[in-house]
Design a protein around this ligand. Structure first.
Ligand SMILES: Cc1ncc(COP(=O)(O)O)c(C=O)c1O
Length: 486
């Protein structure tokens, strides 16, 4: 005994001694009523200071694992040892047999568990996360310190389901500056877009059980729609956004609960819906009475052209658009802060759903983000990030044009480009062949609602070094040509 004690760096020694002794008690290596080694003895056995052992024994006593007899020493509490040494037959349950259909489906749709892993040295175009090297840690640190100094104690206590009030007010103004009429609307803070979408889908009654969306679309959205039991009808994408003729046809054929749309820097195509199309789209949706869930996740990553107002702005004082915002691409996905801006009555109910599910989004995260935004850091960061991403976007675009034998190429901004090859070409085969040469990307099929898209792929460039963009795309292009028999 006591030979396997190993100190780790960064944790107080007395706590490590206490944890070690407690472990021995729980495992019945030390029995109830047994005398513990004297502090002098244990300090020499474990090669730690006597003070550390004294503090460890005090801790064991505080936690009810040991007691002291005046003038005699410390003993293992009988209760602690007896509880742990009880002879019990291990009781095992087969949890997979008891899983819900929802859990099984979630696992089945979990691409993180199925995708190709990027080994060290692989050039990976699979991510569309921001490049963390652009994050300005000093500003985040300062925002944290400033907010903690102002109201640290309050921030660490429970907060409100609706969100941190200063951030709510900030975001309302932020949305007003995008041209949104806030009349009759309210805002709820969420754990990113994904929770916002989940909350809205939870709150929506399944009157028709079906949702419209662009085809292809964001894989997480498809997954959540399926998990909520909605049927999905995807509408073809054109170079300027969703195909309105096809959309109208679908609207004429049956009724839908809502439409999920990503009008700006759509994932995966990177397409920005034209202002004219946005206008016609809203008229169409109004005509058929189908509300819109607008995903505005990437709006700020515009590199050229004029600002295009979100659909919710086009809706004026109407309440038919539910806008889901996120700072995951624009700033820090790790903070998990997003928001829902929608009709105030709907937000009233979403607030209760949110409270029942997660109580609230971390107030610490919200308040640090608020302080960061208040200090004008987003504007400064965006200036820098846009420049860098635009440079990478143009490099990726140029490399695609030079090397890839595509049939169509799209991406008006954001952090990715979408490549379509001629019908019959298979990007899974291309992926396997490129993987063997140390290059991976996302085969486009998983973004499609109807099993199509075998001839497409998405290239995320935000976290790929310039030289790897050049090298990786050359390999993809050359391999594609070989597969095409050129
Ligand atoms: C279309 C779309 N919406 C939203 C998000 C962001 O989701 P979240 O805010 O949950 O990180 C992403 C991330 O990739 C996305 O592709």
């Amino acid at each position: 005994m006591f030979k396997d004690f190993k100190l780790i760096a960064g944790r107080p020694v007395y706590i490590q001694v206490k944890d070690y002794m407690r472990h021995l008690i729980i495992k019945s290596a030390l029995q109830g009523g047994q005398k513990l080694p004297s502090t002098r003895e244990l300090s020499s056995l474990l090669k730690v200071s006597r003070n550390s052992v004294i503090s460890a024994y005090e801790g064991l006593e505080d936690d009810g694992f040991a007691y002291t007899v005046q003038g005699q020493g410390s003993y293992v509490s009988p209760g602690a040892a007896a509880r742990s040494s009880e002879e019990t037959t291990p009781w095992t349950i087969n949890w997979t047999e008891r899983l819900s259909g929802q859990a099984l489906l979630a696992e089945e749709l979990d691409i993180m568990k199925r995708g190709i892993r990027a080994e060290k040295g692989t050039i990976s175009f699979t991510s569309i996360a921001p490049d963390e090297r652009l994050f300005e840690l000093d500003q985040v640190r300062r925002a944290f310190m400033e907010r903690m100094a102002v109201e640290g104690n309050v921030l660490l206590n429970y907060g409100y389901a609706k969100g941190y009030k200063p951030l709510i007010d900030y975001l309302k103004q932020y949305m007003e500056h995008k041209g949104v009429d806030l009349h009759g609307k309210d805002l709820l803070i969420t754990n990113g877009f994904t929770e916002g979408f989940d909350l809205v889908l939870s709150a929506l009654g399944k009157r028709h059980g079906a949702v419209l969306c662009e085809n292809p679309t964001h894989h997480t959205a498809i997954k959540n729609l399926k998990l909520h039991g909605f049927g999905i009808h995807g509408i073809t994408m054109e170079r300027d956004g969703i195909h309105l003729g096809e959309l109208e046809q679908a609207l004429m054929e049956r009724e839908y609960d809502c439409a999920y749309l990503v009008p700006s820097y759509h994932n995966p195509t990177g397409i920005v819906m034209s202002p004219e199309k946005r206008h016609s789209l809203m008229k169409l949706m109004q005509h058929y009475g189908v509300p819109v869930i607008e995903d505005g996740f990437n709006e700020e990553l515009r590199y050229s052209g004029a600002h295009v107002a979100p659909l919710i702005a086009a809706g004026g004082s109407g309440n038919s658009v539910v806008y889901l915002g996120s700072f995951s691409k624009v700033l820090f996905p790790g903070l998990r802060v997003g928001w829902v801006l929608a009709d105030q009555e709907l937000i009233y109910y979403l607030e209760s759903v949110k409270r029942a599910r997660t109580i609230h989004t971390s107030t610490l995260d919200q308040s640090v983000l608020y302080q960061y935004l208040l200090g004008g850091n987003l504007e400064k960061y965006l200036k820098k990030a846009r420049l860098e991403y635009k440079r990478k976007y143009e490099l990726t675009l140029a490399c695609c044009k030079e090397h890839i034998p595509y049939a169509a190429l799209s991406g008006d901004g954001g952090l990715h480009l979408f490549v379509t090859f001629a019908e019959g070409f298979n990007t899974r085969e291309l992926l396997a062949a490129c993987h063997a040469q140390g290059v991976i990307f996302t085969a486009g099929e998983l973004f499609f609602t109807d099993g199509a898209g075998q001839n497409t792929l998405r290239l995320g460039f935000s976290r790929v070094a310039d030289e790897d963009i050049v090298k990786g795309i050359a390999i993809i292009g050359k391999t594609a040509r070989t597969l095409m028999g050129e």
